[in-house]
Every structure is written in structure tokens, then in C-alpha cells.
Design a protein around this ligand. Structure first.
Ligand code: ADP
Ligand code: MG
Length: 279
């Protein structure tokens, strides 16, 4: 077959297979083959590499929209120096993303403003970059979604949405006290993900001992924590709010008494280093 006919035939097969990026890049790649004297294997690798790269980018973009993140902050943007109570080694271990493959839950506990959501978002961005589907929701948002779904008789569908993504983030557990049906639904979400060994990232201002205050009864609390903590890493952040610290540095608010720092003193699977006074 003539070279131009073969090229046309290849283009139409690429189109038939839905490899549209490769179809459009074919002429360019053939030109590069001539200029750089590439082997057939190298040329195929270039062509299919372009298609694979474009697909990955599209997946990441779609998954980014689906995730519903409140903002985009990376782990690299987190100032670890500002939070000496946070175990850097644990964060380094988490940022390898092995917890995803192992179905390990990650729980950030600590007072407001210490960067729990920032770190949860940072890990989620990494998961999405790696091609995973993730879904982010706050607890109050989940309660709202629960009631909407219950009204429309679509709780099964909502449970599916929360069960399917490779990673689910439940942010701000602890501000909303749950009624029995809401608590049961949260239990179902956690139980189904536990069964499927799919990880959760959770953030809360409440230490484990106080989760009974969020859920309607002790039996439900115990059953929920049992599933949640079986395969989990808890990261306690005991420091001061980042924004307050910044304001303090600018002299906008008075110095803090070091004795009043580190409100969350509960010991967990990951024990942080004691927080140093920040001045
Ligand atoms: P939390 O969820 O613990 O209440 P956030 O993650 O929402 O706190 O943090 C509040 C704001 O402060 C965010 O804009 C976050 O990016 C920023 N922030 C918090 N801690 C740090 C930090 N150590 N380095 C950089 N930014 C931080
Ligand atoms: Mg938060």
C-alpha cells in the first residue's frame, strides 16, 4: 500500500477506535519519525503516549469537578513549621497515597483553623491526580443531602454516590448533632465503605471520646467507631489556628498563654509531638 493510503487507513482506524488525539497527532508523529529516525516501537509509544496523556488529563478534569472540593490547596502549600505538633513523618507516609490501596481511613482531629480541611484537600488532590475518583462533603451538607434524598425516596442512590468513589472525604464532623435516621445513614456509609475496603478521610474538632455527643446513642457510636478505626490512621493536630497565628505575628491580637494550647490531648494511633509555644 502507498504510504499516504496507509496513513489515511491508520487515521480512520484510530478514529473508529475513538483514539482521536492519536488520529490528530499521526502526521506530526510520522514527521518526527522521519526527522529523528525513530523505530516503529518508539513511534507507537509516542503516538499512544499522547492519547494516554490526554485521556488522563480529561479524567483528572472530570474527577476534579465531581469531587466538589471547597478550595484547592496542596500538601506542598501547607506550612509544617507553623504546626510543630503535627507529625511530619506520618504526613510524608500519607502523601505516598499507599493508604488508598490499603483501604486505610485517615482522620484529622483538632481545633478549628489548624489545617484539617487543607490537609484533607491536599490528599484528595493527590488522589485525583493519580486518576482516582473522590467525593468531598461536609457533614452538614451530607445531612442536607440525606433529607433531600429521603424526601425523594432516593436514599439508595445517595448511598451509592457515597460508596462508589475511591476516596470519600467527610469534613467537619462534630458541629452537627445527628438525629437517629441521620446517624443511621452515616453508619451505613461508613459500614459499606468498610466492607468494600474503600478509604475515607474524616475531619473533626471532636476527640474520639466526645463522638458520643454527635451520634444519637452509645451503641451506634461504638459500632461506627469500630468500623472507622479498624484500619485507620489518626492525625491529631494540637496547635493554634493558622490565621490567628498570622494575626498574632502581625501584632493584631495579644500573645497566647502556652498553657492554653493543645486542647485535644487524647492519645491515638498516631501520637503527635508536643506542641511548642509558638513565639
Ligand atoms: P480547619 O479545617 O482545621 O478548621 P482549614 O484547613 O480550613 O482549618 O484552614 C484554615 C485556613 O488556614 C485555610 O485557608 C488553610 O489553607 C490555612 N492553613 C491552616 N493551617 C495552615 C498551615 N499550617 N500552612 C498553611 N496554611 C494553613
Ligand atoms: Mg475545616
Amino acid at each position: 500500500m502507498q504510504a499516504s493510503l496507509a496513513c489515511e487507513a491508520a487515521r480512520s482506524k484510530l478514529e473508529h477506535l475513538g483514539l482521536l488525539v492519536a488520529r490528530d497527532a499521526l502526521d506530526n508523529v510520522l514527521e518526527i519519525v522521519r526527522l529523528e529516525d525513530l523505530s516503529v516501537a518508539e513511534a507507537l509509544d509516542r503516538l499512544l503516549g499522547m492519547e494516554a496523556h490526554a485521556r488522563h488529563e480529561r479524567t483528572v478534569e472530570t474527577n476534579m469537578k465531581f469531587a466538589g472540593l471547597p478550595y484547592r490547596r496542596t500538601l506542598e502549600e501547607y506550612d509544617f513549621g507553623a504546626q510543630p505538633g503535627l507529625d511530619r513523618e506520618v504526613m510524608d507516609r500519607l502523601s505516598t497515597m499507599r493508604f488508598m490501596a490499603e483501604g486505610v481511613n485517615v482522620i484529622f482531629l483538632g481545633p478549628p483553623g489548624v489545617g484539617k480541611t487543607h490537609l484533607a484537600v491536599g490528599l484528595t488532590l493527590k488522589a485525583i491526580e493519580a486518576g482516582h475518583k473522590a467525593y468531598f462533603t461536609t457533614m452538614s451538607d451530607l445531612v442536607r443531602k440525606y433529607h433531600e434524598a429521603a424526601r425523594q425516596d432516593r436514599l439508595g442512590r445517595l448511598l451509592g454516590i457515597l460508596a462508589r468513589p475511591a476516596l470519600l472525604v467527610l469534613d467537619e464532623i462534630g458541629y452537627t448533632q445527628l438525629e437517629r435516621p441521620e446517624g443511621s445513614f452515616l453508619f451505613d456509609v461508613i459500614a459499606v465503605r468498610y466492607q468494600r475496603q474503600k478509604p475515607l478521610i474524616l475531619t473533626s474538632n471532636k476527640s474520639w471520646g466526645r463522638w458520643g455527643e454527635i451520634l444519637p446513642d452509645n451503641i451506634m457510636t461504638a459500632a461506627l467507631l469500630d468500623r472507622l478505626l479498624h484500619r485507620s490512621i489518626t492525625v491529631n493536630i494540637q496547635g493554634e489556628s493558622y490565621r490567628l497565628r498570622e494575626h498574632r505575628k502581625l501584632g493584631l491580637i495579644p500573645e497566647l498563654d502556652p498553657e492554653s494550647e493543645g486542647r485535644n490531648t487524647e492519645k491515638n494511633s498516631v501520637t503527635p509531638k508536643p506542641a511548642k509555644p509558638s513565639h
